[in-house]
Design a protein around this ligand. Structure first.
Ligand code: ATP
Length: 234
């Protein structure tokens, strides 16, 4: 079966420095693939390559078998790839509802509306009229995910969902991801928290200095092997 999203031998970097080196993987519909690795391993760069926000120096990105390597980010969004970047980047003077509606700008047909987003992310229910500048970090993250869903993506790229958030809020966001992934949405998740990653991911790719050093299902990979790959131990 054709993968929903595939990276084929992708390398990418900044000037002479290489951040992603010869990386390949596939994401199937409804699958959660997690990219695991220490700071600087190249995870965010890889997500940006998948989103069309960073041009790879070598390799291809395929969406449903079509080569989209040279398709720019806004156009790739229209084709069904949505990046929720680290740092959330909401419009602070707009309300939560308005921020969500911004995500519908390049909208495709699909299940997501303000109402279905609130069903999936219940913490937004009482906040629709509030300015984004008044939200907690967890609430902002929920809006950022909801805004991404509003474009009705086929692939959601999530960068550091839990960064800087309280554990109870992270629990709530991850519970929402279980709802969100239904309906065939593919998710590529970058997460520092290994426990959460192992709990939610169907497959893991461990990155070290731009390379994929270990890949498999959480059942196939021992915790020790993942930790060793994370820290670069032999
Ligand atoms: P983090 O968790 O810190 O975001 P990461 O695994 O996502 O780490 P990247 O942010 O992709 O890693 O960074 C990979 C490498 O590329 C690092 O060495 C980083 O310093 C470098 N890098 C990232 N962004 C830039 C940039 N805009 N210009 C130059 N080098 C960069």
């Amino acid at each position: 079966m054709t993968a929903l999203l595939a990276a084929e031998s992708v390398s990418a970097g900044y000037g002479d420095s290489r951040a992603v080196a010869d990386l390949s993987f596939e994401v199937a519909p409804g699958e959660v693939l997690a990219l695991v690795g220490a700071n600087g391993a190249g995870k965010s760069t890889l997500l940006r390559v998948l989103a069309g926000a960073h041009r790879p120096s070598v390799g291809r990105v395929l969406l449903r078998g079509e080569d989209v390597t040279h398709v720019r980010d806004f156009e790739r969004n229209r084709l069904g790839v949505c990046l929720v970047p680290e740092g959330r980047r909401l419009f602070p003077s707009l309300t939560v509802r308005e921020n969500l509606e911004v995500g519908a700008g390049s909208r495709r047909d699909g299940r997501w509306t303000v109402d279905t987003v609130v069903d999936a992310l219940p913490m937004l229910g009482d906040l629709l009229g509030r300015n984004a500048s008044q939200l907690s970090g967890g609430q902002q993250q929920a809006v950022a995910i909801g805004r991404g869903l509003m474009s009705n993506p086929e692939v959601l790229l999530l960068d550091e969902v839990s960064l800087g958030l309280a554990p109870i809020v992270i629990d709530e966001l991850y519970a929402s991801l279980a709802t969100v992934r239904g309906g065939g949405l593919g998710i590529v998740l970058v997460e520092q928290d290994l426990e959460r990653t192992v709990a939610v991911a169907d497959r893991l790719v461990c990155m070290l200095e731009g390379h994929a050093v270990l890949a498999g299902t959480p059942g196939e990979l021992s915790r020790q092997a993942i930790t060793d790959a994370y820290f670069g131990h032999e």
